[in-house]
Design a protein around this ligand. Structure first.
Ligand code: ADP
Ligand code: 5GP
Length: 213
């Protein structure tokens, strides 16, 4: 129906399962992709350039800010992260849904700058469960984990800034909830191109004009 893709901002505490959920969604929904962010953080073992992130140094990141290449960027846990603008706009115009897995500061910037995005907050069932996930992921030091847990409560308290709240307790259930949100957003009437109705003979052009005016 030639509508733009849905821009889905998925935010929530580090370790809550955002990457896991988004990977599930990309595997389940056609025409849905991840946006690959730029970061000044060093790659973790197994992370690949251009897949999980584009890894750049501070000078290159500053160049990209000056070139206005980011739709949003923020400093998170001591490193800079930014969402590239061009790939995002191109994908949405092709009708591809784009998942942005970004922190709360980034979500706030998108709210201020981009119309029509859908905001999903992913929450853990408890802070203990979140600690377990961060430990099991085994990617961060003990101090780093405590720092991320400390910030989690503040982020959760701000849940009302989002359209949807998904509790990632049982992974399949949370995946289904996120999938349902995207499917429902895709069929909202305000996303429908009225021309499609005419082109497919569902309404006469003259009727279309009446309903528009
Ligand atoms: P985030 O992207 O939010 O930082 P990840 O997707 O990397 O989080 O998940 C952190 C850890 O939690 C991973 O080891 C992942 O396998 C695990 N995890 C994700 N969702 C669940 C869940 N529903 N139940 C248990 N463990 C989970
Ligand atoms: P990690 O280092 O664990 O991959 O990510 C740390 C945090 O940075 C997570 O909360 C993640 O959502 C956030 N993040 C990743 N990419 C971006 C981005 O492009 N912009 C912003 N604002 N946050 C991001």
């Amino acid at each position: 129906m030639s509508a733009d893709g849905v821009l889905v901002v998925v935010s929530g505490p580090s370790g809550v399962g955002k990457t896991t959920l988004c990977k599930n969604i990309v595997a389940r929904l056609p025409d849905t992709m991840f946006s690959v962010s730029y970061t000044t953080r060093k790659p973790r073992p197994g992370e690949r350039e251009g897949v999980e992130y584009c890894f750049v140094d501070e000078a290159r990141f500053q160049d990209l800010i000056r070139e206005e290449a980011f739709v949003e960027w923020a400093e998170v846990y001591g490193h800079k992260y930014g969402t590239p603008k061009q790939a995002l706009v191109e994908a949405l115009h092709k009708g591809i849904n784009v998942l942005l897995e970004i922190d709360a500061q980034g979500a706030q910037q998108i709210m201020e700058r981009v119309a029509g995005a859908v905001y999903v907050f992913v929450a853990p069932p408890s802070l203990d469960a979140l600690r377990n996930r961060l430990c099991r992921r085994d990617m961060d030091s003990r101090e780093e984990i405590e720092r991320r847990l400390h910030e989690a409560s503040d982020e959760i308290a701000n849940f009302k800034s989002y359209h949807y709240f998904v509790r990632n307790d049982e992974l399949l259930q949370a995946t289904k909830e996120l999938e349902s949100i995207i499917l429902a957003e895709q069929v909202k009437t305000n996303r429908l191109d009225p021309e499609w109705l005419v082109e497919n003979g569902l309404v006469e052009p003259v009727m279309m004009k009446k309903s528009v005016t």
